[in-house]
Design a protein around this ligand. Structure first.
Ligand SMILES: *Cc1c(COP(=O)(O)O)cnc(C)c1O
Length: 488
């Protein structure tokens, strides 16, 4: 018999090396990964290995070629994505789970933290007491679970089990034109079709107009259509807009339609006293999603869905019976942690095997507490507001949408340039190439804008001003260059 070739221990030794390499990466003094991609592709690539190189060499390769050529997303000046680099305890809790609890089920400390951390988050974000959560891989799947539950509830009212029999009647999901495309994909996966998503008009700030929603609901009344859900944003991806939750929730209740709040990005904004009132009406929600891998700074791969009670979740997502699950539910006395699944999360969502995400969320909350979370959220929101003030005060900059949360949409304008969209696109390209301040761009009311979203734990106050300085310098330089060219 051959012994096992894979190293199955020696973690302290390997981690010591890996820790050094990761700390080095976090200095962010390496050039962008694409600058020398031939080198690392050669070092890491090659044909399928016939014999392995052993654990030490793999860790060495990771330190030399893999980690230094990772993503720019964790950089403190990277404000383009809403996902961000993990903080230390989150990354280490994730590692702990992969070693000590590769599944979230079983009566283990990890399974216990799955439920506890969901309760902590519900408290942190002031969700209604009876709401219960379930983790999944991120906001997209979290929205799928919420809308799958809404679909189940809507069709059950008609005496139809959509999970068992599918969807026969045309259905509708009402949401703002600013809603995340994962809502459309969820509709597709759930057999309702993307076309079932009705985009309701928004105001200048990107938040849904309740009057337009009401009109749409009235228009559809009496048609052979099943209204499945109304989806509101608590922090839109584009501008951070928060839809009027109270008014929308009341409309949903009046029409007997499931009310889902997508807070994947913005739910933690409720911690900021300056915008707390915009979350009034959250208590009316039937389901809420939030992404710990955004503002909470966990490693990517963690989203959460909250629903009132888990019965309808189970009816929407139950696996039905499977022989290989036999014996998993032992009635009576528990003798061993493998005697029971603990809370059977696999019955409430779309995943069976899944990592222990609760320990990660528990770790990041336990580290800094509610106060630390509030400080982070307030810092980022204040940065967006501060940036907007500086932009307003500058002769060659304009705010395109006033920030609600931590996103500020602005652009550079010049009398010497007719194509403002193109100018801002070129400024943005320059910033990305330089690799220090990396916002994104987006289109707002047919204007191309520069869009930083302050979200990362490493993103500090001065990064807002650094970004602004670079935009001004770059814009001024591009204008000067084009004037020079036209003079020649
Ligand atoms: C980011 C985001 C999502 C999708 O989340 P993923 O974790 O990227 O799948 C959904 N809705 C909103 C409002 C978001 O900002």
């Amino acid at each position: 018999m051959h012994p096992e070739r894979a190293e199955c221990g020696k973690l302290s030794q390997l981690l010591e090396q890996l820790g050094k390499d990761l700390d080095q990466y976090l200095c962010f003094d390496q050039p962008d990964a694409m600058s020398d991609s031939e080198c690392w592709k050669t070092a890491l690539g090659g044909a399928l290995p016939e014999k392995g190189v052993g654990a030490d060499q793999v860790i060495a390769d990771m330190g030399q070629y893999l980690i230094p050529n990772g993503s720019a997303i964790p950089r403190p000046g990277c404000t383009s994505y809403i996902t961000t680099g993990a903080t230390s305890v989150g990354a280490l809790a994730s590692l702990s789970g992969s070693v000590a609890a590769p599944q979230r089920f079983g009566l283990t400390a990890f399974n216990y933290l799955e439920e506890l951390s969901l309760e902590w988050m519900a408290k942190l974000f002031e969700l209604p007491g009876e709401m219960k959560g379930i983790y999944s891989s991120g906001g997209s799947v979290a929205n799928l679970i919420a809308l799958g539950t809404a679909r189940q509830a809507a069709f059950e009212k008609l005496g139809h089990d959509a999970a068992r029999d599918g969807v026969l009647t045309p259905s509708r999901i009402y949401t703002s034109s600013e809603s995340h495309h994962s809502v459309h994909r969820a509709a597709a996966v759930l057999g309702m079709g993307r076309a079932s998503v009705v985009a309701v008009e928004v105001d200048d700030r990107g938040s849904l107009c309740p009057a337009a929603l009401q009109q749409q609901l009235l228009e559809d009344q009496g048609k052979d259509i099943v209204p499945v859900a109304i989806v509101a944003n608590a922090g839109s991806t584009n501008t951070g807009a928060i839809d009027p939750l109270q008014a929308i929730g009341e409309l949903a209740a009046e029409h007997g339609i499931w009310f889902h709040v997508d807070g994947a990005y913005g739910l933690p904004g409720i911690l900021d006293p300056q915008v707390r009132h915009l979350y009034d009406g959250l208590a009316l929600a039937d389901s809420v999603t939030v992404d710990p891998h955004k503002w909470l700074g966990t490693p990517v791969g963690i989203g959460a869905t909250y629903v009132r009670g888990r019965d309808v979740l189970q009816r929407a997502f139950t696996q039905g019976s499977a022989d290989y699950l036999e014996g998993s539910f032992v009635q009576g006395e528990t003798l061993n942690s493998m005697d029971s699944f603990g809370v059977p999360y696999n019955e409430y969502g779309v995943e069976l095997s899944a990592p222990s995400r609760g320990a990660v969320v528990w770790a990041v909350i336990r580290e800094i507490g509610l106060e630390g979370m509030r400080e982070r959220v307030c810092r980022h929101n204040n940065m967006a507001r501060h940036l907007a003030q500086l932009v307003q005060a500058h002769p060659r900059l304009e705010v395109v949408v006033e920030p609600t949360l931590s996103i500020c949409c602005f652009r550079y304008v010049s009398e010497d340039c007719a194509d403002t969209d193109d100018l801002n696109r070129r400024i943005h390209r320059d910033l990305v190439r330089h690799g220090v301040n990396i916002p994104s761009t987006t289109m707002i009311n047919n204007k191309l804008v520069i869009r930083p979203c302050f979200i990362g734990a490493r993103t500090q106050w001065h990064h807002a001003e650094d970004l602004l300085d670079e935009v001004i310098l770059t814009g001024d330089r591009l204008i000067a260059e084009s004037l020079q060219q036209s003079n020649n």
